[in-house]
Structures are given as C-alpha cells and as structure tokens.
Design a protein around this ligand. Structure first.
Ligand code: HEM
Length: 397
C-alpha cells in the first residue's frame, strides 16, 4: 500500500478491500476506490431494474451496467436485501424466452442473486460459459477474452502500485501466448527501464486491443458480465478471472477426452491422439496462468477466503468430468483391438501434464494459505498433496 498511514498503523497492512487504500495489488479495486457515487448507492440499480420490470422486459435492454456498477463498487457480499429481492423477481418477457439475450440474462442472474449463500458455479458464472460453449465459442477465444481483461485491469493501476508490474507482465505473456500475438507484445519494457511502467501500459493496451479484435462480440460480452467479486479487493478480480480460465481449460479437456473415447470406439486412433495432444497443450499452457496467480499477496487472499466460504473449486464439475472420463477412455482403448502405441503415449503425456498442474496448485496453496483448512471443508494443502499423486490413467504401463 502506498497510502500515508499514521505511524501507529504503519506496521499493519490495510485490509485488501479497504476502499480508502490505493487501488491495485494488495489494495482495493478501481471500482471500489474511485466509484461513481451513483454506483455506491443502491438506488440507481433499483430504479433501473424497476423501470425495466414495468416496461416490456426486453432482455437485450436489461440494465446490466447499473447493477454491475453497484456490485463492483460495494462488493457482492455487501449488496443489500432490497437489491437482491428486486433481482430475484427479474424475468424476461415470455415471448423472448428462446432468444439469446433472454438466455444470457437467465444464465447471468444466478451470479447476482446468490448473496452470501452462493456456490462455486455462481461465483464464476458457470451457466454463462456453458451456454457460450454450446453456442460454439472456442476455448481459445474465451481464454483470450479473459486474459485480455486481466491485463487491462492490472495495467490500469500500475502507475500507483508498481507491485503490479510482475503480475501485469505475467498476464501479458500469458495473453500473447494464448492469442497468438507477436512475442514483442509480451515483453513490454525491460525491468528497470526508465519508463518501465509507461512502456508496459502501452504494450498492454496494444495487446488487449489486438486480442479483443479477434474475439466475437458475444464472448467479450459474456466475459464483461461475469465479474462480480464478493469483496472490493483488486486481487479478487484477478482470482475470479484465473478460475474462469482454468474452468474453460477443464471443460475443454473433459470434452477432448470424451471425444477421444468415441473416436477410439470408432477405430479412429489418429483422431483420438490429436484430441489428447490438444488437451495436453491446454493443460501445459496453465503454467503461464499460475504465474499470474502466484502474485496474489497472502493478506489479500485471506480477505477473499473469508468472503468465499462454501465456494471452493473442489465443487468444480468440469474438473471431475476430466477425472471421471479418463477411466472410460482407458477401458475403451484396452477393449479395442487397435495399434494403440501412439495413443498410449498421448494418454501418458496428458496424465503427466495434469499431475504437474496439480502439483503447482498444491505448491501455490502452501505458499498462500499454509496448512489451514480449505474453504471446501478439506484439510487444505495436505489434501491437495495427496490428490496431486492421483493419476488420470493409473493402470497405464
Ligand atoms: C490462491 C490460490 C488458491 C488456493 C490457496 C487454493 C486452495 C485450495 C484448497 C485448500 C483446496 C482443497 C479443497 C478445499 O477444501 O477448498 C483446493 C481445491 C481445488 N482447487 Fe484451489 N486454490 C487456489 C486457486 C485455485 C484456482 C485458480 C483454481 C482453478 C479453478 C483451483 C482449482 C481447484 C480445484 C479443481 C480443486 C479440487 C482439487 C481436488 O479435489 O483434487 N484452485 N484449492
């Protein structure tokens, strides 16, 4: 924090969601620290939702901005009952039920009506992403939009909080890799350069613009709507985006394993091998995203943890789908009378990448929360260390 603290308070870091702090890593978000006064007060959101309800209830004109403005300025856990009640009554006009805008609204609402009782799915906006996939959005587009948002959010606070340099660089490198942008974007200025911050902010803005150009509007819109941190912490925004990125990867890997199983059953081993190799690349690509996550300050995460009890990723269905689909794939390979050497090595590579990802997650957990229990009710790091040893294809020789 770079705020002037009194000598008596200087030794204690300000709470990460204290809106009086300097926005950026370890402090509040920009939306909390420099809010539009109308966003702090629930009345604008209430007024706009009431106007929408009493009008033609056209989902395409739902006042997302007013609602999200309020949520982001105060933090979801501080949103009052009146707003929650108004949102719980929201329903698009029946004639529009089949339209994409009505579907988006229906998918989005669980994320804002869950109050403090939400789960992992409503934390990250799972239904919105499930519909995107169903509508044909590709994983690379979703990852690009999510990473572009991380880069934008992080670079917006760099001038005041240089502690964000490492995170912005890591996010920019991850974006460059996923979006297939020229490597030059990923470098920004060299550490220690005179205009380090200005150069990085410029590189970030160019990369974000180039990345978003390649992403369909529907994907950008979904990403824009699915950021509702429970606190006013800057770091929770990054945390939610990172979770959404991993979820997109888990879903893609689960689909690849299931399609590979069908391909093996149909005797198409080359197709199955290609699908598994693609899944392995996706899993291996998470190492760049972990580098963003490791910039999470312990104190900031303690505040996030305290506000997200019961929303642990241990509930992730896409993660379990990967684990549960692999034995079926292995069984199908064993039953098929196929030349499966290449396939077995593709399975082994996916297994190795998956276990490496789990070990990294365990290492980060140890660093950030130590030995305390998880928000999902497990023993925490000790549980993860054991889980990291569980292989996707344990019977593969
Ligand atoms: C600060 C970063 C993180 C910490 C400290 C952390 C901590 C934990 C802990 C303690 C658990 C055990 C379950 C529980 O009781 O909650 C867990 C499980 C899990 N976490 Fe994280 N986590 C972090 C980030 C992430 C991210 C970004 C993802 C991406 C989705 C993720 C995915 C998972 C999954 C899938 C599980 C279930 C693992 C299993 O059951 O094998 N975690 N995490």
């Amino acid at each position: 924090m770079t705020t002037a603290l009194s000598p008596a308070r200087a030794a204690e870091p300000a709470p990460a969601d204290d809106p009086a702090g300097t926005p950026g890593v370890g402090g509040p978000s920009l939306a909390a620290a420099r809010p539009d006064p109308d966003d702090l007060d629930p009345r604008r959101a209430l007024r706009e939702v009431a106007r929408w309800q009493s009008g033609d209830r056209d989902a395409a004109r739902f006042p997302y901005r007013a609602v999200l403005g309020h949520y982001r300025a105060v933090g979801k856990n501080a949103v009052g009952e009146e707003v929650l009640t108004a949102l719980r009554a929201v329903e698009p006009a029946p004639a529009q039920a089949a339209e994409p805008a009505a579907r988006l609204l229906g998918d989005w609402l669980p994320q804002v009506v869950d109050g403090r009782q939400g789960d992992y799915d409503s934390y990250l906006g799972s239904p919105v992403y499930a519909s995107l996939t169903e509508a044909g959005a590709c994983t690379q587009e979703v990852l690009t939009a999510l990473l572009a948002d991380v880069v934008e959010i992080e670079s917006a606070t760099l001038a005041d909080v240089p502690a964000g340099l490492a995170r912005t660089r890591a996010a920019l490198r991850a974006l460059t890799a996923v979006a297939g942008l020229p490597a030059a974007y990923g470098t920004g200025a060299a550490p220690g350069a005179a205009d380090e911050v200005a150069d990085l902010v410029r590189a970030a803005a160019e990369a974000v613009a180039a990345a978003r150009d390649a992403v369909p509007a529907g994907v950008l819109r979904a990403v824009e709507l699915t950021l509702t941190p429970t606190t006013r912490s800057h770091d929770e925004q990054m945390f939610i985006r990172v979770i959404q990125i991993f979820e997109a990867v888990f879903s893609a890997v689960g689909r690849a394993v299931q399609m590979a199983t069908e391909a093996v059953a149909a005797g198409q081993t080359d197709l199955a091998r290609g699908l598994l190799a693609g899944a392995t690349r996706q899993v291996a690509g998470t190492s760049g995203v972990f580098r963003v996550l490791t910039t999470m300050p312990k104190d900031a995460f303690a505040v996030i943890r305290a506000n997200t009890d019961g929303r642990s990723a241990v509930q992730s269905r896409s993660y379990r789908t990967v684990e549960r689909s692999c034995p079926t794939l292995h069984l199908t390979v064993q039953r098929g009378d196929l030349p499966a050497d290449g396939l077995r090595s593709a399975m082994r590579e996916l297994d190795t990448a998956w276990c490496a990802m789990k070990r990294t997650h365990w290492g980060i957990t140890v660093k950030i929360i130590g030995a305390v229990r998880g928000t999902g009710g497990t023993a925490g790091a000790a549980y993860l260390r054991e889980a990291a040893e569980a292989r996707l294809f344990p019977a593969l020789d």
